[in-house]
Ligand binder design. Structure first.
Ligand SMILES: [Zn+2]
Length: 84
């Protein structure tokens, strides 16, 4: 007897996705990818998970840039205060 083989998409719709964090954008915003069907999610501004559309990808890139520049500035401040 042949075992029925489920495609990842069918498997996910039956048993749910198996997401793992693939990118940390900020402390609160992350990108997730399903290890089976490769569907991608992200955290939106309400803190809810939503599909990672090209628009959200763009928003995340901007968020990441702001987040990183903020971190750089904090580092700079720490250096200055340690000198003074
Ligand atoms: Zn999936």
């Amino acid at each position: 007897m042949k075992k029925p083989t489920l495609s990842p998409k069918v498997y996910c719709s039956l048993f749910g996705h198996d997401y793992e964090v693939t990118k940390k954008v900020t402390e609160h915003v992350k990108e997730y990818t399903c290890t089976r069907c490769k569907k991608q999610l992200t955290t939106n501004s309400n803190g809810e998970l939503t599909e990672l559309t090209p628009k959200f990808r763009e928003i995340n890139l901007i968020l990441e840039r702001i987040h990183n520049s903020r971190k750089e500035r904090l580092k700079g401040k720490a250096v200055i205060s340690s000198i003074c």
